[in-house]
Design a protein around this ligand. Structure first.
Ligand code: URA
Length: 440
Protein backbone atom coordinates (compact mmCIF):
# COMPACT_ATOMS: atom_id res chain seq x y z
CA UNK A 1 0.00 0.00 0.00
CA UNK A 2 1.15 3.53 -0.79
CA UNK A 3 2.17 6.05 1.82
CA UNK A 4 0.06 9.22 2.19
CA UNK A 5 2.81 11.31 0.59
CA UNK A 6 2.88 8.98 -2.43
CA UNK A 7 -0.87 9.37 -2.93
CA UNK A 8 -0.56 13.15 -2.60
CA UNK A 9 2.32 13.20 -5.11
CA UNK A 10 0.36 11.04 -7.55
CA UNK A 11 -2.56 13.48 -7.60
CA UNK A 12 -0.20 16.48 -7.55
CA UNK A 13 1.32 15.11 -10.76
CA UNK A 14 -2.11 14.75 -12.35
CA UNK A 15 -2.54 10.98 -12.21
CA UNK A 16 -5.79 9.23 -11.32
CA UNK A 17 -6.12 7.54 -7.93
CA UNK A 18 -7.26 3.92 -7.80
CA UNK A 19 -10.24 2.75 -5.77
CA UNK A 20 -7.79 1.16 -3.31
CA UNK A 21 -5.89 4.42 -2.85
CA UNK A 22 -9.12 6.38 -2.30
CA UNK A 23 -10.28 3.77 0.23
CA UNK A 24 -6.89 4.00 2.02
CA UNK A 25 -7.28 7.81 2.21
CA UNK A 26 -10.87 7.80 3.49
CA UNK A 27 -10.19 5.03 6.03
CA UNK A 28 -7.19 7.03 7.18
CA UNK A 29 -9.28 10.20 7.48
CA UNK A 30 -11.70 8.41 9.81
CA UNK A 31 -9.03 6.58 11.86
CA UNK A 32 -6.80 9.64 12.05
CA UNK A 33 -3.87 7.81 10.36
CA UNK A 34 -4.07 10.11 7.33
CA UNK A 35 -3.20 13.35 9.11
CA UNK A 36 -5.18 16.56 8.61
CA UNK A 37 -2.28 18.35 6.91
CA UNK A 38 -1.84 15.43 4.51
CA UNK A 39 -5.56 15.49 3.69
CA UNK A 40 -5.38 19.26 3.21
CA UNK A 41 -2.54 18.79 0.72
CA UNK A 42 -4.43 16.04 -1.11
CA UNK A 43 -7.60 18.17 -1.22
CA UNK A 44 -5.60 20.98 -2.82
CA UNK A 45 -4.09 18.55 -5.33
CA UNK A 46 -7.61 17.32 -6.22
CA UNK A 47 -8.79 20.93 -6.42
CA UNK A 48 -6.01 21.73 -8.91
CA UNK A 49 -5.86 18.49 -10.93
CA UNK A 50 -9.47 17.28 -10.67
CA UNK A 51 -10.80 13.73 -10.62
CA UNK A 52 -12.39 11.75 -13.42
CA UNK A 53 -15.93 10.34 -13.15
CA UNK A 54 -14.67 6.98 -11.92
CA UNK A 55 -12.52 8.48 -9.15
CA UNK A 56 -15.43 10.74 -8.12
CA UNK A 57 -17.76 7.73 -7.87
CA UNK A 58 -15.17 5.81 -5.79
CA UNK A 59 -14.71 8.81 -3.49
CA UNK A 60 -18.48 9.19 -3.02
CA UNK A 61 -18.87 5.49 -2.27
CA UNK A 62 -16.02 5.42 0.26
CA UNK A 63 -17.23 8.57 2.02
CA UNK A 64 -20.79 7.24 2.13
CA UNK A 65 -19.57 3.98 3.73
CA UNK A 66 -17.28 5.78 6.19
CA UNK A 67 -20.15 5.53 8.70
CA UNK A 68 -23.48 3.77 8.88
CA UNK A 69 -25.62 3.69 5.73
CA UNK A 70 -29.15 3.96 7.02
CA UNK A 71 -32.14 2.07 5.75
CA UNK A 72 -35.53 3.57 6.54
CA UNK A 73 -37.53 0.78 4.94
CA UNK A 74 -39.80 0.58 7.98
CA UNK A 75 -41.12 4.09 7.18
CA UNK A 76 -43.86 3.82 4.59
CA UNK A 77 -43.97 7.52 3.60
CA UNK A 78 -41.99 8.53 0.52
CA UNK A 79 -38.53 9.58 1.75
CA UNK A 80 -37.25 12.53 -0.23
CA UNK A 81 -34.56 15.07 0.57
CA UNK A 82 -33.12 18.21 -0.98
CA UNK A 83 -29.59 19.60 -0.86
CA UNK A 84 -28.10 22.84 -2.14
CA UNK A 85 -24.60 23.30 -3.51
CA UNK A 86 -24.41 26.44 -1.37
CA UNK A 87 -25.31 30.07 -1.63
CA UNK A 88 -25.46 33.32 0.31
CA UNK A 89 -28.64 33.79 2.33
CA UNK A 90 -29.74 30.30 1.25
CA UNK A 91 -32.11 29.39 4.06
CA UNK A 92 -34.35 27.25 1.83
CA UNK A 93 -33.75 23.95 3.67
CA UNK A 94 -35.16 25.36 6.90
CA UNK A 95 -38.44 26.28 5.21
CA UNK A 96 -38.61 23.35 2.82
CA UNK A 97 -38.07 20.55 5.39
CA UNK A 98 -41.12 21.38 7.56
CA UNK A 99 -43.14 22.33 4.46
CA UNK A 100 -42.44 19.01 2.71
CA UNK A 101 -43.14 17.08 5.93
CA UNK A 102 -46.44 18.93 6.30
CA UNK A 103 -47.60 17.64 2.89
CA UNK A 104 -46.84 14.06 3.93
CA UNK A 105 -43.29 13.45 2.77
CA UNK A 106 -40.61 12.04 5.05
CA UNK A 107 -37.54 14.31 5.01
CA UNK A 108 -34.39 12.68 6.44
CA UNK A 109 -32.07 15.67 6.13
CA UNK A 110 -28.32 15.57 6.83
CA UNK A 111 -26.79 19.00 6.29
CA UNK A 112 -23.49 20.79 6.73
CA UNK A 113 -22.07 23.86 8.45
CA UNK A 114 -20.97 27.08 6.77
CA UNK A 115 -18.64 26.43 3.87
CA UNK A 116 -16.38 29.15 2.46
CA UNK A 117 -18.40 32.35 2.11
CA UNK A 118 -21.74 30.47 2.28
CA UNK A 119 -23.76 29.72 5.39
CA UNK A 120 -24.73 26.22 6.54
CA UNK A 121 -28.03 24.78 7.71
CA UNK A 122 -26.52 23.35 10.93
CA UNK A 123 -25.05 26.70 12.04
CA UNK A 124 -28.37 28.39 11.29
CA UNK A 125 -30.40 25.84 13.26
CA UNK A 126 -27.98 26.01 16.19
CA UNK A 127 -28.61 29.75 16.49
CA UNK A 128 -31.92 28.68 18.05
CA UNK A 129 -30.98 28.36 21.74
CA UNK A 130 -30.67 24.69 22.74
CA UNK A 131 -31.18 23.26 19.22
CA UNK A 132 -29.19 20.02 18.76
CA UNK A 133 -28.10 18.73 15.36
CA UNK A 134 -25.92 15.86 16.66
CA UNK A 135 -28.69 13.30 17.08
CA UNK A 136 -27.79 9.65 17.48
CA UNK A 137 -28.92 7.39 14.66
CA UNK A 138 -31.57 5.99 17.04
CA UNK A 139 -33.05 9.42 17.80
CA UNK A 140 -32.89 10.37 14.11
CA UNK A 141 -34.88 7.27 13.22
CA UNK A 142 -37.37 7.79 16.05
CA UNK A 143 -37.95 11.42 15.06
CA UNK A 144 -38.49 10.50 11.42
CA UNK A 145 -41.12 8.01 12.53
CA UNK A 146 -42.91 10.48 14.80
CA UNK A 147 -42.54 13.80 12.91
CA UNK A 148 -41.61 12.77 9.38
CA UNK A 149 -38.59 15.08 9.44
CA UNK A 150 -35.22 15.38 11.17
CA UNK A 151 -32.45 17.92 10.51
CA UNK A 152 -29.06 16.65 11.60
CA UNK A 153 -25.35 16.89 10.87
CA UNK A 154 -22.53 14.50 10.06
CA UNK A 155 -21.29 12.73 13.21
CA UNK A 156 -18.71 10.09 14.16
CA UNK A 157 -21.31 7.49 13.10
CA UNK A 158 -22.80 9.27 10.13
CA UNK A 159 -20.57 10.13 7.12
CA UNK A 160 -17.62 10.92 9.45
CA UNK A 161 -15.32 11.34 6.45
CA UNK A 162 -17.45 14.22 5.17
CA UNK A 163 -17.53 15.76 8.65
CA UNK A 164 -13.72 15.89 8.64
CA UNK A 165 -13.09 16.80 5.00
CA UNK A 166 -15.89 19.40 4.93
CA UNK A 167 -14.33 21.23 7.87
CA UNK A 168 -10.86 21.06 6.26
CA UNK A 169 -12.12 22.32 2.89
CA UNK A 170 -13.88 25.23 4.58
CA UNK A 171 -10.59 26.72 5.77
CA UNK A 172 -8.16 25.65 3.02
CA UNK A 173 -9.69 27.26 -0.11
CA UNK A 174 -10.57 23.85 -1.56
CA UNK A 175 -14.33 24.12 -1.72
CA UNK A 176 -14.95 25.00 -5.39
CA UNK A 177 -14.11 21.62 -6.87
CA UNK A 178 -16.62 19.54 -8.84
CA UNK A 179 -15.50 16.10 -7.56
CA UNK A 180 -15.21 17.30 -3.95
CA UNK A 181 -18.64 18.97 -3.93
CA UNK A 182 -20.18 16.00 -5.71
CA UNK A 183 -18.72 13.43 -3.28
CA UNK A 184 -19.49 15.55 -0.22
CA UNK A 185 -23.14 16.05 -1.12
CA UNK A 186 -23.91 12.63 -2.57
CA UNK A 187 -22.14 10.67 0.22
CA UNK A 188 -24.37 12.37 2.82
CA UNK A 189 -27.54 11.98 0.80
CA UNK A 190 -26.94 8.34 -0.10
CA UNK A 191 -26.25 7.44 3.54
CA UNK A 192 -29.41 8.96 4.99
CA UNK A 193 -32.07 6.49 3.82
CA UNK A 194 -33.80 8.41 0.99
CA UNK A 195 -35.85 7.02 -1.90
CA UNK A 196 -35.16 10.04 -4.14
CA UNK A 197 -33.37 13.37 -4.11
CA UNK A 198 -33.74 16.95 -5.37
CA UNK A 199 -30.61 19.07 -5.75
CA UNK A 200 -30.43 22.85 -5.93
CA UNK A 201 -27.35 23.54 -8.05
CA UNK A 202 -26.49 27.20 -7.85
CA UNK A 203 -24.39 29.26 -10.22
CA UNK A 204 -23.34 32.90 -10.31
CA UNK A 205 -21.34 35.38 -8.27
CA UNK A 206 -22.25 33.95 -4.84
CA UNK A 207 -22.12 30.26 -5.82
CA UNK A 208 -19.13 27.90 -5.94
CA UNK A 209 -19.80 27.41 -9.65
CA UNK A 210 -19.60 30.84 -11.25
CA UNK A 211 -20.52 29.68 -14.76
CA UNK A 212 -23.75 27.98 -15.80
CA UNK A 213 -21.88 25.33 -17.83
CA UNK A 214 -19.86 24.31 -14.76
CA UNK A 215 -23.07 24.08 -12.73
CA UNK A 216 -24.64 21.88 -15.41
CA UNK A 217 -21.57 19.62 -15.32
CA UNK A 218 -21.83 19.37 -11.51
CA UNK A 219 -25.58 18.69 -11.73
CA UNK A 220 -25.04 15.96 -14.33
CA UNK A 221 -22.30 14.33 -12.26
CA UNK A 222 -24.48 14.20 -9.14
CA UNK A 223 -27.58 13.03 -11.00
CA UNK A 224 -25.51 10.25 -12.63
CA UNK A 225 -24.19 9.07 -9.24
CA UNK A 226 -27.71 9.11 -7.78
CA UNK A 227 -28.99 7.01 -10.67
CA UNK A 228 -26.08 4.60 -10.43
CA UNK A 229 -26.88 4.06 -6.75
CA UNK A 230 -30.57 3.45 -7.53
CA UNK A 231 -31.83 6.76 -6.08
CA UNK A 232 -33.72 8.85 -8.67
CA UNK A 233 -32.12 12.28 -8.51
CA UNK A 234 -32.99 15.55 -10.23
CA UNK A 235 -31.11 18.85 -10.11
CA UNK A 236 -32.65 22.30 -10.45
CA UNK A 237 -30.32 25.04 -11.67
CA UNK A 238 -30.86 28.32 -9.82
CA UNK A 239 -29.20 31.74 -10.01
CA UNK A 240 -27.09 32.95 -7.09
CA UNK A 241 -25.91 36.43 -8.04
CA UNK A 242 -27.60 38.39 -5.25
CA UNK A 243 -28.21 36.94 -1.77
CA UNK A 244 -31.39 34.94 -1.46
CA UNK A 245 -33.86 36.97 0.60
CA UNK A 246 -32.96 40.01 2.68
CA UNK A 247 -30.89 38.50 5.51
CA UNK A 248 -27.50 36.80 5.67
CA UNK A 249 -26.15 35.40 8.96
CA UNK A 250 -27.34 32.61 11.21
CA UNK A 251 -30.00 33.91 13.64
CA UNK A 252 -30.99 36.63 11.15
CA UNK A 253 -31.74 33.99 8.53
CA UNK A 254 -33.80 31.87 10.93
CA UNK A 255 -35.91 34.95 11.69
CA UNK A 256 -36.47 35.30 7.94
CA UNK A 257 -37.39 31.60 7.77
CA UNK A 258 -40.10 32.15 10.39
CA UNK A 259 -41.41 35.08 8.36
CA UNK A 260 -41.50 32.86 5.25
CA UNK A 261 -43.40 30.16 7.12
CA UNK A 262 -45.96 32.82 8.06
CA UNK A 263 -46.45 33.86 4.46
CA UNK A 264 -44.39 37.05 4.74
CA UNK A 265 -41.23 35.83 3.04
CA UNK A 266 -39.30 37.56 0.26
CA UNK A 267 -40.48 36.52 -3.22
CA UNK A 268 -37.16 34.99 -4.31
CA UNK A 269 -36.83 32.75 -1.24
CA UNK A 270 -40.40 31.57 -1.69
CA UNK A 271 -40.00 30.93 -5.42
CA UNK A 272 -36.97 28.69 -4.90
CA UNK A 273 -38.52 26.95 -1.87
CA UNK A 274 -41.85 26.27 -3.55
CA UNK A 275 -40.20 25.02 -6.75
CA UNK A 276 -37.84 22.63 -4.97
CA UNK A 277 -40.54 21.31 -2.62
CA UNK A 278 -42.85 20.79 -5.60
CA UNK A 279 -40.10 18.76 -7.33
CA UNK A 280 -39.83 16.64 -4.16
CA UNK A 281 -43.57 15.95 -4.41
CA UNK A 282 -43.15 14.93 -8.05
CA UNK A 283 -40.27 12.60 -7.12
CA UNK A 284 -42.48 11.08 -4.41
CA UNK A 285 -45.21 10.47 -6.98
CA UNK A 286 -47.84 12.44 -5.09
CA UNK A 287 -48.35 15.01 -7.89
CA UNK A 288 -47.64 14.96 -11.62
CA UNK A 289 -46.35 18.47 -12.15
CA UNK A 290 -45.38 21.73 -10.45
CA UNK A 291 -48.77 23.37 -10.97
CA UNK A 292 -50.49 20.52 -9.19
CA UNK A 293 -48.12 20.84 -6.23
CA UNK A 294 -48.24 24.62 -5.62
CA UNK A 295 -51.81 24.86 -4.17
CA UNK A 296 -51.00 22.12 -1.60
CA UNK A 297 -47.85 23.95 -0.56
CA UNK A 298 -49.56 27.34 -0.40
CA UNK A 299 -52.28 25.90 1.80
CA UNK A 300 -49.71 24.50 4.26
CA UNK A 301 -48.16 27.96 4.58
CA UNK A 302 -51.44 29.88 4.89
CA UNK A 303 -52.97 27.42 7.38
CA UNK A 304 -49.86 27.58 9.58
CA UNK A 305 -49.30 23.80 9.24
CA UNK A 306 -45.72 24.23 7.95
CA UNK A 307 -44.89 26.64 10.78
CA UNK A 308 -46.36 24.19 13.31
CA UNK A 309 -44.12 21.49 11.87
CA UNK A 310 -41.09 23.77 12.29
CA UNK A 311 -42.14 24.37 15.90
CA UNK A 312 -42.30 20.60 16.45
CA UNK A 313 -38.83 20.09 14.94
CA UNK A 314 -37.36 22.76 17.22
CA UNK A 315 -39.02 21.27 20.30
CA UNK A 316 -38.05 17.69 19.44
CA UNK A 317 -34.41 18.67 18.84
CA UNK A 318 -34.10 20.47 22.18
CA UNK A 319 -34.50 24.04 20.94
CA UNK A 320 -36.47 26.93 22.39
CA UNK A 321 -39.61 27.04 20.25
CA UNK A 322 -40.49 30.35 21.92
CA UNK A 323 -38.21 32.02 19.32
CA UNK A 324 -41.06 31.69 16.82
CA UNK A 325 -43.19 34.19 18.72
CA UNK A 326 -40.42 36.26 20.26
CA UNK A 327 -37.35 37.06 18.15
CA UNK A 328 -35.61 38.63 21.16
CA UNK A 329 -34.94 35.07 22.37
CA UNK A 330 -32.40 34.66 19.55
CA UNK A 331 -28.81 35.73 20.19
CA UNK A 332 -28.78 39.35 19.00
CA UNK A 333 -25.81 41.54 18.12
CA UNK A 334 -24.78 44.42 20.35
CA UNK A 335 -24.44 46.90 17.48
CA UNK A 336 -26.54 47.51 14.37
CA UNK A 337 -25.27 49.94 11.75
CA UNK A 338 -27.41 51.28 8.91
CA UNK A 339 -25.76 51.43 5.50
CA UNK A 340 -27.25 54.10 3.22
CA UNK A 341 -27.30 54.54 -0.56
CA UNK A 342 -24.74 57.03 -1.83
CA UNK A 343 -26.87 57.89 -4.87
CA UNK A 344 -30.45 57.60 -6.14
CA UNK A 345 -31.40 55.16 -8.88
CA UNK A 346 -32.14 51.52 -9.53
CA UNK A 347 -30.37 48.69 -7.69
CA UNK A 348 -28.78 46.73 -10.51
CA UNK A 349 -26.57 44.46 -8.45
CA UNK A 350 -26.11 43.24 -4.90
CA UNK A 351 -23.00 41.11 -5.09
CA UNK A 352 -23.69 37.91 -3.15
CA UNK A 353 -20.00 36.98 -2.85
CA UNK A 354 -19.10 40.34 -1.29
CA UNK A 355 -22.04 40.19 1.12
CA UNK A 356 -21.14 36.58 2.04
CA UNK A 357 -17.52 37.53 2.74
CA UNK A 358 -18.59 40.47 4.89
CA UNK A 359 -20.91 38.25 6.91
CA UNK A 360 -18.02 35.78 7.32
CA UNK A 361 -15.70 38.58 8.50
CA UNK A 362 -18.31 39.74 11.00
CA UNK A 363 -18.05 36.26 12.55
CA UNK A 364 -20.88 34.30 10.92
CA UNK A 365 -18.37 31.75 9.53
CA UNK A 366 -15.01 30.23 10.42
CA UNK A 367 -11.45 30.86 9.33
CA UNK A 368 -10.00 27.91 11.27
CA UNK A 369 -11.49 24.57 12.27
CA UNK A 370 -11.29 25.40 15.98
CA UNK A 371 -13.07 28.74 15.65
CA UNK A 372 -16.63 29.09 16.89
CA UNK A 373 -19.08 31.26 15.00
CA UNK A 374 -21.10 34.20 16.28
CA UNK A 375 -24.76 33.31 15.65
CA UNK A 376 -25.97 36.89 16.06
CA UNK A 377 -23.98 38.69 13.38
CA UNK A 378 -24.66 39.30 9.71
CA UNK A 379 -26.54 41.54 7.33
CA UNK A 380 -30.28 42.27 7.30
CA UNK A 381 -32.75 44.42 5.36
CA UNK A 382 -30.81 44.00 2.14
CA UNK A 383 -32.35 45.92 -0.71
CA UNK A 384 -33.24 43.70 -3.70
CA UNK A 385 -32.09 44.01 -7.30
CA UNK A 386 -34.66 45.97 -9.32
CA UNK A 387 -35.68 48.30 -6.45
CA UNK A 388 -35.76 52.07 -6.95
CA UNK A 389 -34.02 53.89 -4.13
CA UNK A 390 -33.23 57.45 -3.09
CA UNK A 391 -29.84 58.71 -1.94
CA UNK A 392 -29.59 58.26 1.84
CA UNK A 393 -32.09 55.40 1.97
CA UNK A 394 -31.10 52.34 4.01
CA UNK A 395 -29.79 49.59 1.71
CA UNK A 396 -28.91 47.13 4.49
CA UNK A 397 -28.18 46.85 8.21
CA UNK A 398 -25.00 45.30 9.60
CA UNK A 399 -25.18 43.39 12.87
CA UNK A 400 -21.94 42.92 14.83
CA UNK A 401 -20.39 42.68 18.24
CA UNK A 402 -17.31 44.78 17.46
CA UNK A 403 -18.35 48.41 16.95
CA UNK A 404 -15.01 49.58 15.43
CA UNK A 405 -14.92 46.75 12.92
CA UNK A 406 -18.53 47.44 11.94
CA UNK A 407 -17.57 51.00 10.98
CA UNK A 408 -14.88 49.65 8.61
CA UNK A 409 -17.19 47.03 7.13
CA UNK A 410 -19.99 49.53 6.55
CA UNK A 411 -17.65 51.31 4.07
CA UNK A 412 -16.49 48.04 2.53
CA UNK A 413 -20.01 46.75 1.80
CA UNK A 414 -20.83 49.76 -0.41
CA UNK A 415 -18.99 48.14 -3.31
CA UNK A 416 -21.44 45.20 -3.25
CA UNK A 417 -24.23 47.53 -4.47
CA UNK A 418 -24.36 48.79 -8.04
CA UNK A 419 -26.91 51.58 -8.48
CA UNK A 420 -27.65 52.95 -11.94
CA UNK A 421 -29.94 55.46 -13.61
CA UNK A 422 -31.55 52.77 -15.76
CA UNK A 423 -33.15 49.62 -14.42
CA UNK A 424 -31.47 46.50 -15.85
CA UNK A 425 -33.74 43.64 -16.95
CA UNK A 426 -34.30 41.15 -14.13
CA UNK A 427 -32.88 37.69 -14.81
CA UNK A 428 -34.79 34.49 -14.00
CA UNK A 429 -34.06 32.61 -10.79
CA UNK A 430 -34.85 29.10 -12.02
CA UNK A 431 -32.83 28.05 -15.05
CA UNK A 432 -33.72 24.47 -15.79
CA UNK A 433 -33.71 20.91 -14.57
CA UNK A 434 -31.33 18.00 -15.02
CA UNK A 435 -33.25 14.73 -14.97
CA UNK A 436 -31.62 11.58 -16.21
CA UNK A 437 -29.05 12.58 -18.76
CA UNK A 438 -30.65 15.73 -20.10
CA UNK A 439 -30.74 19.40 -19.18
CA UNK A 440 -34.03 21.22 -19.92
N1 URA B 1 -22.79 21.20 0.34
C1 URA B 1 -22.09 20.11 0.78
O1 URA B 1 -22.61 19.32 1.55
N2 URA B 1 -20.85 19.94 0.33
C2 URA B 1 -20.25 20.77 -0.52
O2 URA B 1 -19.13 20.53 -0.89
C3 URA B 1 -20.96 21.89 -0.98
C4 URA B 1 -22.24 22.10 -0.53
Amino acid sequence: MSLPEEIIAQKRDGRALSHEEIRFWIEGVVSGDFLDYQSAALLMAIFLKGMDAEETAFLTEEMMHSGEVISLDEISLPKVDKHSTGGVGDKVSLILAPLAASVGLCVPMISGRGLGHTGGTLDKLESIPGFRTDLTIRSYRRQLESLGVAMVGQTEDFVPADKKLYALRDVTATVESLPLICASIMSKKLAEGIDSLVLDVKFGKGAFMKQKDDAIALAEAMVAIGRKMGKPTRAILTAMDQPLGCSVGNALEVIEVIECLQGRGPADVMEVTMTLTAHMMICAGVVNNLNEAFPFLQEKISSGAALDKFREIIKEQGGDEGVIDDYSRFPLAEHIVEVRAVQSGYVNEVNALEVGIISLKLGAGRSSIEESIDPAVGVSDLVKVGSKIEEGEVICRLHGNDGCFLAVVSEEIQSAFVIGEERKALLPLIHGVVIGESFD
